[in-house]
Design a protein around this ligand. Structure first.
Ligand SMILES: [Zn+2]
Length: 83
């Protein structure tokens, strides 16, 4: 599940400049000619340093949206005979 952001200053939900560092492990597959193909990249650690709103140009009003479920996932718990 991807982290979602919202800028409370302008209401932006879709455009952010995210500065992050990732530690990844990958299979580096070289051809005889020395050309590299990176396969099976796995993210070991990821940390986000800064999230800036694309429209405001800063991240002072950016909030992280927590507990957002993908559409449909929340409905599975509905039970008509719960009472
Ligand atoms: Zn904004």
């Amino acid at each position: 599940m991807a982290t979602r952001y919202r800028c409370s200053a302008c209401g932006n939900l879709t455009r952010f400049d995210v500065t992050s560092t990732k530690t990844t492990k990958a299979f580096h597959h070289y051809t005889i000619g020395g050309e590299l193909v990176v396969e099976d990249e796995e993210i070991i650690e990821a940390s986000v340093h800064e999230v800036a709103c694309r429209w405001c140009g800063h991240g002072r009003s950016v909030e992280v949206l927590e507990g957002e479920e993908s559409p449909g996932a929340a409905r599975a718990a509905d039970s008509p005979s719960a009472r």
